[in-house]
Design a protein around this ligand. Structure first.
Ligand code: ME8
Length: 674
């Protein structure tokens, strides 16, 4: 049996797990579970982990006043805990700060040696992307250049670096693409045309970055974070030397499948295979690229708190299976997909409750009522059902969870329909015992297969279904053919209990984020005091909205208290204040002022405005760019730390910034707020 090795990207520790990273992790977990059941545990290796080095992390840790390793350790604990809670059964968890990885990257560097040379790098770099940028990747903002993705200023880097000769690999990559290693095909075409456009050599070390792995033989330089990160896929197999020599877990490499998002396609489908070719290792078998999960069309991400969907909060109310089922069924792997809580409840109620849950409940009730606890074996063939089983299995094999679940649901629905048509209660009344047993055994068999086919998506529910069917021994195995083998069924109990509409509405209200930053803090106390949710929302209405342009925001972490009520003002007085929606185009720290950010705002006017705001304790530049905030436009300009602040933005909190005040719908910059 060939080995199956599946990986997720190693997630950057600049964010806690969110639905955007939950998605590929659950897809990989489900595919691994299917493969284990079909081909044996020992043939499957599923790995996820964390990407911990680089300038971005170095800066976040510095801003939080902790050393990078402490910061990474605390975020890593949160990731591991989250994955455990949502049933991710990974075989290994790789962290790029582990000693085994340090060794593997040093080996990789040595294997790449023939294509590495020293040269001067003089160009732009985006820390958010951790990537060098060309003129095509940036937009002009006055005399500055902003990264097109992050809209934050790119940095000018001029230093002596080591370069990798990617330019030498264009033809080999194009030949490799002919073996169809990237899917969907549209993504394969994308990388093909990128490579055809010409490959440039890339700087693969940094002098100025300390938080990284040292270049072997030159401790003045650290290895570029992407060279470091990509090598993780070999670290878990014993490192590049072991893989090249076919030792250790090297046998898994031939079955390597990387699941990745579309933003990191180029790294995986161009740079990584070129590195492997240079290192004398064959490229991965398959790279499967998925799209983005969005909320109201906006990519779910840490830097967009309004898109925050917390898998753990949902799981604590509904269990983990419904959300796992939802993401696997709702989104076709490869495309983008929008998330709504309403769709989640809809799928829960109709697919899990009305179709699967109902088939289980009515079948078992009738078996116990008309036949007794024990339902004897019934090997009757069912070609139509077998066709659906084949379709579901082939979809799981070809990385199409949504297709696999769709085929399984056709099987489930067909058997609910069979009950409606055959009317077992009439067969019982007419004494047609053999036909009655056949119909019910057919339904039990459909449920047994359904449980096995949905187990990769909903492992706990599948186990419970098998238990109620009296077939727990089938868990994790694969029957040879269709035909109820017999079993002693249990009293049916709802696997997916109904959630009434009022409760659904209450849960949605609880889950939709208040306008507060997604808390990624290594210090639980700080996270709690900055929590999003009802507490923060209440604060916004009871505390006077704080004006935060100045540097004098005290660092006190005491919970906010309600301010004394301000004197009444007339509506005419209020009308004098010009409040506008404004979009944050760019943000940067103000030198020697820990609490200040200099923001560039699109206020709908020809020229952007500059505002200096004391929100740096709660927002990094990366987390605020792209947000729509409320802007006090006609506040008299004021010079703060040498920068003229043209107005201010509103936020909640007295002593501490709890959250920005913002608008909850996308509105054009400059829209008047009254
Ligand atoms: O890129 N929808 O890490 P990362 C779907 N460390 N996928 C999403 C998503 C969303 N809303 N948000 C994020 C890195 N992702 C590197 C990887 S691998 C050697 C190094 C996906 O944490 C994103 O597309 O920024 C990417 O594939 C993955 O999460 C990791 O993103």
């Amino acid at each position: 049996m060939s080995r199956f090795y599946i990986t997720t990207p190693i997630y950057s520790v600049n964010a806690l797990p969110h639905l955007g990273t939950f998605y590929p992790t659950v897809v990989a977990d489900a595919l691994a579970r299917y493969q284990r059941a079909r081909h044996g545990r020992e043939n499957v290796l599923f790995v996820t982990g964390l990407d911990e080095h680089g300038q971005k992390i170095e800066r976040i840790a510095r801003d939080r006043g902790v050393d990078p390793q402490t910061y990474c350790d605390e975020i890593a604990a949160r990731f591991e805990d989250t994955w455990r809670q949502i049933g991710i059964a990974n075989d290994d968890f790789i962290r790029t700060t582990q000693p085994r990885h340090r060794l593997a990257v040093a080996e990789m560097w040595r294997r790449l040696q023939k294509d590495i040379y020293e040269s001067e790098y003089d160009g732009m770099y985006c820390v958010g992307c951790e990537e060098a940028k060309t003129e095509d990747d940036v937009v002009a903002d006055g005399d500055r250049k902003l990264c097109r993705i992050h809209l934050t200023p790119v940095e000018r880097v001029k230093e002596k670096n080591y370069f990798f000769r990617f330019s030498a690999y264009a033809d080999k990559l194009l030949a490799w693409y002919d073996t169809n290693p990237v899917r969907p095909e549209s993504r394969l075409n994308e990388v093909r045309s990128f490579v055809r456009g010409g490959l440039r050599d890339v700087s693969i070390s940094r002098r100025a970055v300390k938080w990284g792995l040292p270049v072997p033989g030159d401790p003045t330089q650290t290895i570029y974070v992407w060279i470091d990160a990509l090598t993780n896929y070999l670290t878990v197999l014993g490192g590049p030397d072991a893989v090249a020599a076919g030792q250790g877990k090297a046998a898994f490499w031939a079955g390597a499948h990387h699941l990745i998002g579309k933003d990191i396609l180029r790294f995986h489908a161009v740079y990584w295979p070129a590195m492997l070719m240079s290192a004398g290792i064959v490229p991965p078998r398959q790279i499967s690229c998925h799209g983005y999960l969005t909320v109201k069309g906006q990519k779910i991400s840490k830097s967009m708190p309004a898109t925050r969907v917390d898998p753990l909060a949902i799981a604590s109310e509904m269990g983990v299976d419904p959300l796992r089922y939802f993401v696997l069924r709702e989104y076709t792997f490869g495309g983008d997909g929008d998330f709504t809580y309403e769709a989640l409840f809809q799928r829960y109620q109709s697919d899990l409750g009305n179709d699967l849950g109902n088939l289980l409940n009515r079948t078992l009730s009738m078996v116990r009522k008309y036949v007794g606890d024990s339902l004897p074996a019934s090997p009757a063939a069912n070609p139509a059902a077998q066709e659906l089983l084949a379709a579901a299995q082939s979809a799981w094999e070809s990385f199409d969870p949504s297709g696999a679940l769709e085929a399984t649901w056709r099987l489930i629905r067909a058997h609910n329909q069979k009950i409606d048509e055959a009317k077992p209660w009439v067969l019982h009344k007419n004494g047609e015992t053999q036909r009655l047993t056949e119909v019910l055994a057919g339904c039990c068999e459909a449920l047994r297969w359904a449980a096995l086919l949905v187990a990769p998506a909903v492992p706990s529910a599948a186990r419970e279904i098998l238990r109620q069917l009296g077939r727990l021994e089938d868990e994790g195995s694969w029957p040879a053919d269709w035909g109820w083998p017999g079993g002693t069924v249990a009293e049916p109990t709802p696997v997916f209990p109904r959630i009434d509409p009022d409760r659904q509405a209450a849960l949605i209200a609880q889950w939709v984020p208040a306008e507060a930053p997604a808390a990624v803090s290594p210090a639980p106390a700080a996270a709690a005091s900055r929590a999003s949710g009802p507490a923060a929302a209440r604060t916004a209405t009871t505390a006077a909205a704080s004006t935060l342009p100045a540097a004098n925001v005290p660092a006190a972490s005491a919970p906010p208290v309600a301010a004394a009520p301000p004197a009444d003002v007339s509506i005419d007085d209020f009308a004098k204040i010009d409040l506008r929606a404004a979009k944050v185009l760019a943000a940067e720290r103000v030198a020697k002022a820990d609490k200040l950010l200099k923001l560039t705002l699109d206020v709908g006017a020809a020229e952007p405005r500059t505002v200096v705001s004391g929100i740096a304790p709660a927002y990094t530049p990366e987390t605020i760019v792209g947000r729509t905030v409320i802007y006090f436009a006609n506040l008299a300009p004021r010079k703060i730390r040498g920068v003229v602040s043209q107005g201010m933005i509103l936020a909640a909190g007295d002593d501490e910034v709890l959250g920005l005040s913002a608008v909850d719908q996308e509105v054009a910059p400059g829209t008047k707020i009254r």
